[in-house]
Design a protein around this ligand. Sequence first.
Ligand SMILES: [Fe+2]
Ligand SMILES: [Fe+2]
Length: 246
Amino acid sequence: MDQHRPTGDFPQSGYQRLVLPSAVATNGTAAPDIESELFAQLKPGTVFMMGDNPALPRMPPKPRLLDFYKSRLTDLTYRHLLTSAKRAMDAGQEEKIVVACLLHDISNGCLIRTDHGYWGAQMIAPYVDEEIAWAVQHHQALRYFADESVGYRYPESYVKFFGKDYVPPDYIRAAAENAQRHRWYMSARLVTLYDIYFFDTAEAVQPDIFQDMIGRHFREPKEGLGFDGSSVAHMWRTAIWPNNAL
Ligand SMILES: [Fe+2]
Ligand SMILES: [Fe+2]
C-alpha cells in the first residue's frame, strides 16, 4: 500500500477539513470547547473531517493487528507493549501470556485511556482465547494490589502518576478481589509483572518478532480489523479514523 499518495487522493479533497475533537478527550481539560466555533466555521469549501486523515499514516484496506501498532499506537505505548511482551517471552512465559502482555494496553495506545483494561479486552475478545481477554481486562485492577508470592509490589510509577495517597475506587477493588479468586488469576497477574514502564531505557523491540505468535493466538479477520461486522468492529474503525466527526 502506498503510504505517500498525494492528498488529492484522500476523501473530501479540495475542502478544508475541520477536526472536531471527541468530548471524552477534552472534557475537563485545558482544551477549550471549540464545537460551536467549528460549526460556525462551516461554509462552502469547509467540511468536518470524515475518512482517512492525511496527517496520519494511511491504513491498509484490510488492517491487521500489527498495522495498528505501526500506524496508530502512541509512541510510548508502542514501546511499552513491545517491551512488556519481549520481557515475558525472554522469561519463558507461555505464548498466551506473551500475547496478553503485547495487547494489554492497546486501548490507551490507540483508543481510550479511561477503563483501558475493559475497553482493550472488548476490542480483542472476538479474536483471542477468552483467557487472554480476561487477563487484559483484569490487569487494570490487579495493578493496584500487591502479591508478594510472585514479587509484585504496588508500582513506584503509580505513586508518581497518581500521588502517594491515591486509593482506587470500589469497583476496582471488587474487580481485583474477584480476579484473585478466579482460575485465571495468575494470567492477569503475570501481565502486571511485566507491565513495567521503561521510559528511557527500553531497547527497541521490533513488532515483527511477534508475528508468528500473533498468527497462533490472534484470529485476524479476513476482511480486516474494523470491517468484519463483529460486535467490536466499530472500536477498530474508531482507531483507524479517530477524527471522524460522526
Ligand atoms: Fe494497563
Ligand atoms: Fe501497561
